[in-house]
Design a protein around this ligand. Structure first.
Ligand code: KIV
Ligand code: ZN
Length: 534
């Protein structure tokens, strides 16, 4: 293998580093839904999780390896510390994948060595080599990351990389773990590696970076110019702290500006060939799916996928765009899969028309999912005359989300107004099938509903984020509610769409409570198992 590939490899870590951000926790079925969509998007490698971290992580990696890691599918990867037990768990979980990769890492910066690892450079060098060789005994595709590489002494970095490649690493990843570097600095680090690591031609150079200073994407593009050929990124840029480099921004920068980047990849300036394998028309849908399932909202002015990314507000801009789109637009919204939001279906549309339009929009649903979505569609169409593509997308995303079905909202009724004390009555079906009704007074109708729900569910929590967005314009629009709540130090999210925003609010809250409740149940089970072992 050589680091001179003439295209950019996209390594998606939404399900590993992305999921590490507070509240973005996904269950196994949700991870699988996202992994399938990432495969449709065309990512080359899916980092499906950290198999050793928990039984749930192990199962998710293993399930994705089996279902998505097919012959023509992406490479499925698991993260592993440079520790034998981690590497063994990764190898075991990845067994069902046709193409699998172990990604092992150890810190190399002096600050991490001194305060976190409490090991000498010589010890770290030896561990890196030994553990890469150990990973190699399970599979040929092994990636090694010297964590905090951007703050590592370059001479030591070269030494560790040389050792890892000699031990069998086929990809060496250079993480800017704390989001500290700047574009020219990062470019120089990659250049230095190419010039000073004697066996670098036997590995692909990858980059990984966090967005603490908002520079992750710029850093990666500079790294590409200097020889990096794999980019580790996440959908919507989610991840630890300020997140990771965003996949959609990187891919579209490389696509829109391919004439600029072509020569760095040894291509003719005018080559129209794509620099990545990504099907850009799947970008918007993937972004919405990840946002809905993780509860991580996309800011309106976010590049590429934000609600305002293609909106022109000022008169001068609107005038220009009407005369010729290219006056103020550098890319067509259709390129990322944003449709014209046609009004397509209505109350009289049948299952066939529904199925056909979903197919055209790129949704591949199982029969059960289709049936569930169709029932919802009929319900929405009864209240809303015209159903657009965006409504359909919201309905499907809502129906295929996999929040555990423990408590279910059976009834929500509110009474509120300028001279009334907001009062809510709710009926929930509990996990053991009982129907419980309670009522509460609140500062507003949503507060009253949440108080009534809390009286039934009875798990203390703090609501930390509540957001309502309308899917389309119009008074009868579907409202999407996203909430995040905190239980001790953990954050759980919930999402729901309905023409009635009070009902959507109740459903989103119950979704989040179901995630919390299910986490408490698994914690209890684990504690029971540990108690039995003692
Ligand atoms: O940020 C980081 O350094 C990481 C490594 C595990 C690659 O996520
Ligand atoms: Zn990271």
């Amino acid at each position: 293998m050589t680091n001179k590939t003439d295209r950019i490899i996209i390594f998606d870590t939404t399900l590993r580093d992305g999921e590490q951000c507070p509240g973005a926790t996904l269950n196994i079925d949700e991870k699988l839904v996202i992994a399938k969509q990432l495969a449709r998007l065309g990512v080359d490698i899916i980092e499906a999780g950290f198999a050793y971290a928990s039984p749930g992580d192990f199962e998710a990696v293993s399930k994705i390896a089996k279902i998505v890691g097919t012959e023509n599918g992406p490479v499925i990867c698991s993260l592993a510390r440079a520790i034998k037990a981690d590497i063994e768990a990764a190898a075991e979980a990845l067994k069902p994948a046709v193409n699998a990769r172990i990604h092992t890492f150890i810190s190399t910066s002096d600050i991490h060595l001194e305060y976190q690892l409490r090991k000498s450079r010589a010890e770290v060098l030896a561990i890196a080599q030994e553990m890469v060789a150990y990973a190699k005994s399970f599979m040929t595709d092994v990636e090694f990351s010297p964590m905090d590489a951007a703050r590592t002494d370059p001479e030591f970095l070269y030494q560790v990389l040389e050792g890892a490649i000699a031990a069998g690493a086929t990809t060496v990843n250079i993480p800017d773990t704390v989001g500290y570097t700047t574009p020219s600095e990062f470019g120089a680090i990659i250049k230095g590696i190419i010039e000073n690591v004697p066996n670098i031609d036997q590995a692909i150079i990858s980059v990984h970076g966090h967005n603490d200073l908002g520079l992750a994407v710029a850093n990666f593009l500079e790294a590409v110019k200097n020889g990096a050929r794999q980019l580790e990124c996440t959908i919507n840029g989610i991840g630890e702290r300020a997140g990771n480099a965003s996949l959609e921004e990187l891919v579209m920068a490389l696509h829109v500006r391919r004439q600029y980047f072509n020569p760095y990849l040894g291509r003719p300036v005018d080559s129209q060939e794509s620099l990545t394998n990504i099907d850009t028309r799947q970008i918007y849908k993937t972004s919405r799916l990840v946002s809905n399932l993780t509860g991580m909202l996309v800011q309106a002015n976010k590049a590429i996928v934000g609600a305002n990314a293609f909106a022109h507000e000022s008169g001068i801009h609107q005038d220009g765009v009407l005369k010729n789109r290219l006056t103020y637009e550098i890319m067509d919204a259709k390129l990322i899969g944003l449709t014209d939001n046609q009004i397509v279906l209505g109350k009289h549309s049948g299952r066939n028309a529904f199925r056909t339009r979903l197919k055209e929009l790129g949704f591949e649903l199982s029969d059960t999912e289709l049936n569930k979505a169709f029932v919802r569609f009929k319900d929405v169409a009864d209240k809303k005359k015209e159903i657009s593509d965006w409504d359909l997308e919201a309905i499907v995303n809502d129906e295929i989300q996999q929040a555990p079905d423990l408590f279910r909202v059976e009834l929500v009724q509110v009474s509120c107004g300028s001279n009334a004390r907001p009062t809510a009555t709710v009926t929930l079906r509990t996990p053991n099938g009982e129907e419980l009704t309670d009522a509460a007074i609140g500062t507003g109708p949503v507060d009253a509903v949440y108080k009534a729900i809390n009286r039934v569910v009875n798990v203390p929590n703090e609501l930390i984020e509540f957001s309502v967005q309308s899917v389309t314009g119009g008074i009868d629009a579907l409202g999407e509610v996203t909430i995040r709540l905190r239980y001790e130090s953990r954050v759980f999210s919930g999402h729901a769409a309905n023409t009635d925003i009070i009902v959507a609010s109740a459903q989103a809250y119950v979704n989040a409570l179901n995630r919390l409740y299910s986490a408490l149940q698994s914690q209890e089970k684990q504690e029971e198992v540990s108690a039995q072992k003692v």
